[in-house]
Write a new protein. Structure first.
Length: 499
């Protein structure tokens, strides 16, 4: 059993907590780690859950108000905890609904575990002595009064996921325009809509959400998008077909991932992603190139394309004060005049926002599991947290030949190869994990997009995976090894340094 004791320090009432497991982060990754721990640890074992926010749900407290899930909401959960009060699986849940569900998940898991939640506590660092009854010492600071909190644990899970923080306004030189962040403004308030011209900077999910909200609600304003290289989205009608089409139409994500990975040889990323765009994608411009695993319907895409005044396929560098007023400076070298008072919204996205030092998903001592972008085993941190926690707590994780990658490093090395390599990574690691975990763990994985399809479609997709692995047993590893060698990035077994 754990215990806590308080001591008086200069920062307030300091505290020491002993526990069996400490989980850092109460967002979607942390809650999935907590779910898996609730199924693996003995009922009398105690868990300390730490998050800098005062309530669970992670980034959803701070992200822009008009955000919606781009996936079926039942698959955005902890383990297999069901949503309450929403029967349509295709409903795109909004911010308040997601917050409510994740807090519901927290309540369910609190009932299942001996939980010592320390919300409103900032993680400062930890030490791992390697071996002792409680080798992990975690240092935290209570946000409310600055008191030091020390947690002594047998094991630690750092479930920070992508550690999404609110976007800041772009730093623009000109004072004749207004620079705002969707996370820190009322998009439909007068600060934004009184302008005659609104520039949405970014063409990913945040950019599309922002443009879609504006064209539907901010009548009388001119909405322009600067989309850079442009983003390809997975066609929602293919990935999540409705009604009877679920029985025969569309494609499960496993099948389309197999199709894409089977065509990728480590060198032909341009052809592979062009095929993906033609076969499974939807985009606001036929020349869009970047896929970041977002999902969009053709109807939403067309509403945005027909509703905006202009789509600029270039990157914004700055807005300066020219001889005749403010001017856009674009990466291509082009310049163009901007109406004074125009609003610029930073919708450039969140992935790669945090650039932390490399930390392996499993520490050398085997005492620390880390779910974060520098050592990724699955493009979804929720799935990684769910599966790796099961393996971590049973002591099996160290023996699995999983591949890892640094998401930001791989993306920056080659943005065309990034999605194809990430798909290969996810498929390979999933195939390794499926062969090690018991069936009940797979059955409790409510995060799987394939759950939207009837059983015969899921069985067919799984049979295709088994056939692929039998026919081409080394293909996925060879593809990733090729990408690692071409670009000198971290993409391989946990012990393999970039070559």
């Amino acid at each position: 059993m754990s215990n806590a004791r308080a001591v008086h320090g200069s920062g307030g009432r300091d505290e020491v907590v002993d526990c069996d497991l400490c989980v850092l982060g109460a967002g979607i990754a942390g809650l999935n780690a907590l779910f898996a721990a609730s199924r693996r640890l003995p009922s009398h074992h105690t868990i300390a859950l730490v998050d800098r926010r005062d309530a669970p749900a992670g980034m959803w407290h701070e992200v822009y108000d008009y955000v919606r899930l781009h996936q079926p909401h039942p698959m955005f959960t902890a383990g297999n905890i069901a949503w309450q009060g929403q029967s349509d699986p295709h409903h795109l849940a909004g911010k308040r609904e997601v917050l409510g569900h994740l807090q519901h998940c927290f309540g369910v898991l609190r009932q299942r575990t001996q939980l010592r939640s320390r919300l409103g506590h900032e993680y400062l660092g930890h030490e791992d002595s390697g071996s002792s009854d409680r080798p992990i010492t975690v240092h935290c600071r209570r946000v409310s009064d600055g008191a030091d909190v020390t947690i002594r644990a047998r094991r630690l899970i750092k479930a920070f996921g992508y550690d999404v923080r609110p976007a800041e306004p772009l730093k623009l030189t000109s004072r004749a325009v207004v620079s705002l962040s969707p996370d820190r403004c009322d998009l439909l308030g007068p600060e934004v809509t009184r302008s005659r011209e609104i520039y949405v900077v970014g063409g990913g999910k945040t950019g599309m959400d922002t443009a879609h909200t504006l064209v539907r609600n901010a009548h009388g304003t001119s909405v322009r998008m600067l989309i850079g290289d442009g983003t390809i989205f997975l066609n929602r009608e293919i990935a999540t077909p409705r009604g009877l089409r679920r029985h025969w139409g569309g494609s499960t994500t496993l099948e389309l991932f197999l199709d894409v990975a089977g065509r990728f040889d480590g060198h032909n990323e341009l052809d592979t992603m062009a095929y993906f765009r033609r076969t499974y994608g939807v985009s606001i411009d036929d020349r869009c190139r970047r896929f970041m695993f977002g999902v969009l319907s053709p109807d939403e895409n067309e509403a945005i394309r027909s509703g905006v005044s202009e789509i600029v396929r270039d990157h914004l560098v700055d807005v300066i004060d020219g001889e005749h007023g403010p001017e856009l400076v674009l990466r291509s070298g082009a310049r163009r005049r901007v109406e004074p008072g125009s609003v610029f919204l930073n919708a450039t996205g969140y992935v790669g926002q945090s650039r932390n030092a490399y930390e392996p998903y499993l520490s050398p001592t085997g005492n620390v599991l880390s779910i974060q972008p520098t050592s990724t085993t699955h493009f979804l941190s929720s799935q990684a947290a769910y599966f790796l926690t099961h393996l971590f707590l049973t002591g099996e994780l160290a023996s699995l030949p999983l591949y890892e990658t640094d998401v930001a490093e791989l993306r920056d090395a080659n943005r065309d190869a990034f999605p194809a390599a990430a798909i290969a990574l996810t498929l390979y690691n999933t195939s390794v994990i499926v062969n090690r975990l018991p069936r009940w763990v797979m059955d409790e994985n409510g995060l799987d997009f394939m759950l939207l399809f009837p059983m015969h479609r899921r069985l067919l997709a799984f049979a295709k995976l088994m056939s692929f692995l039998k026919r081409r047993p080394t293909h996925l590893r060879k593809v990733m090894d090729t990408v690692r060698q071409r670009f000198g990035v971290r993409l391989g077994p946990i012990s393999a340094a970039p070559s």
